[in-house]
Design a protein around this ligand. Structure first.
Ligand SMILES: CC(C)(COP(=O)(O)OP(=O)(O)OC[C@H]1O[C@@H](n2cnc3c(N)ncnc32)[C@H](O)[C@@H]1OP(=O)(O)O)[C@@H](O)C(=O)NCCC(=O)NCCS
Length: 393
């Protein structure tokens, strides 16, 4: 059968616009990222994560009382029932945290009495349940897998600080909590990346927001996407000292490997989020009395940029995962929770895309995604294959 779609090369949809969106824009040439019209650099400096949640879900920045209400609502929604903790206790303790998270999110549907009535308000409310619930699940899971009882949510702490509190069973240092919150602001949204496209594609079938977010978590788990921050930290640990950097870069590139945290499908300059994360990583290293991870990161960046220029005559740039790795590590967060933390933040962006997909906040009205493919099967030459019965094969 002849394929009637316009054939495109296998370039992972690079350069193809698949939908209209009002949520965010990435200007790869200028290194600009906008959330609903605002520069991410301004938002990182002047807002907290809960303001970003409001901005993404309600299409404007909140007023003071609206922000207070939203924070209170999220605090209320953090109080997950015993059944969720019992569910987590039954997951094998060596399960990958992203697999645990992807499996746990659909369980939250059972707490959502309004999920069958799809209105904008109801889906927004479900989005808030997911935004509040995901960090609780991750922190509780980390304690359960280490043989400890989960810590119940704090009555007054804000979103980011509460996660650190539930993870470590102690209130975080204020500057560290502020850096963590800023990291959440920076990771919240990034247009049609792989996991967001996954969320939208699932939402386009009119599946629940829980199904969309669960699928997006699966997409984020890959090392070319959210998993890259874990790989960056593994790389830094493997290198260990500045004098080993050149050898590591040479060996990795000679073997056809990747220097993790470098390169981006869209940015042709340094990722604007990395430029904000780098000084935070430096400062946190000073606070915790270990500058090694930041120093190694800056040296790898400097030297890798030179090597790419010399070898490929190509400019390579740092992406968001490059400095978030040393930042999260200096916070004492286990390496395998780096990608789940990405999900803690990105769930607000995914949710905004689900709303846009299902309630046509953008024009024109979105349709069920259904791309074509160029069939290149040549099993029987140009003809269809003649079916052979099983006992004659
Ligand atoms: C993100 C990524 C998949 C983008 O890939 P891309 O769109 O193909 O990037 P480019 O087109 O700029 O790549 C051009 C060349 O540089 C190479 N390259 C890009 N990033 C590289 C890296 N980090 N290490 C080694 N080589 C890299 C590509 O393999 C390609 O080589 P080729 O021309 O021999 O095929 C890629 O840069 C990558 O794998 N980076 C490391 C993983 C990572 O940090 N992911 C997080 C992204 S936010």
């Amino acid at each position: 059968m002849q394929n009637e779609c316009t054939p495109i090369l296998d370039t992972g949809l690079r350069g193809a616009s698949v939908a209209s969106t009002k949520i965010s824009d990435v200007n790869g040439k200028l290194g600009k990222l906008l959330y609903r019209g605002y520069l991410v650099a301004d938002l990182a400096e002047k807002t907290c994560y809960e303001e970003i949640v409001f901005l993404l879900l309600y299409e404007r920045l909140p007023k003071d009382n609206e922000l207070r209400e939203l924070k209170a609502k999220l605090r209320e929604k953090r109080k997950l029932p015993e059944s969720i903790f019992n569910f987590l206790k039954n997951i094998p303790s060596d399960t990958e945290p992203m697999d645990m998270l992807q499996a746990s999110v659909p369980i939250l549907v059972k707490l959502d009495g309004k999920v069958k009535t799809r209105t904008l308000d109801n889906v927004r409310d479900s989005a808030l349940s997911l935004i509040a619930g995901i960090p609780v699940i991750i922190a509780a899971w980390d304690r359960i897998r280490n043989g400890k009882e989960p810590v119940m949510p704090h009555e007054t702490l804000d979103h980011g600080a509460n996660f650190l509190y539930m993870l470590k069973a102690e209130e975080p240092n204020k500057e560290m909590a502020h850096f963590f919150d800023t990291a959440l602001v920076l990771h919240a949204e990034h247009s049609f990346n792989a996991s967001t496209f996954t969320a939208r594609q699932v939402a386009s079938t009119r599946a629940t927001i829980y199904a969309s977010i669960s699928a997006a978590i699966g997409s984020l788990s890959g090392e070319l996407h959210g998993g890259a921050n874990v790989q960056v930290m593994e790389m830094l640990k493997k290198i260990g000292s500045v004098d080993k950097i050149d050898e590591y870069i040479e060996n990795t590139l000679n073997a056809g490997g990747l220097i993790m945290g470098l390169g981006h499908a869209v940015y042709q300059v340094d990722d604007p989020r990395a430029l904000i994360l780098a000084p935070m990583s430096k400062r946190l290293g000073e606070i915790v009395g270990n500058r090694l991870w930041y120093e190694l990161s800056t040296e790898v960046e400097k030297r890798a940029k030179k090597v790419f220029k010399a070898r490929k005559n190509m400019d390579i740039f740092v992406n968001v995962d490059f400095y978030s790795a040393s930042l999260f590590y200096s916070m004492g967060i286990p390496t395998d929770l780096f990608t789940p933390i990405f999900a803690i933040s990105r769930v607000s962006g995914w949710a905004a895309h689900v709303l846009e997909e299902q309630f046509a906040l953008a024009a024109p009205k979105p349709a069920l995604y259904r791309p074509g493919a160029s069939y290149i099967g040549d099993y029987c030459g140009p003809n269809e294959c003649t079916f052979v019965d099983i006992d004659a094969r």
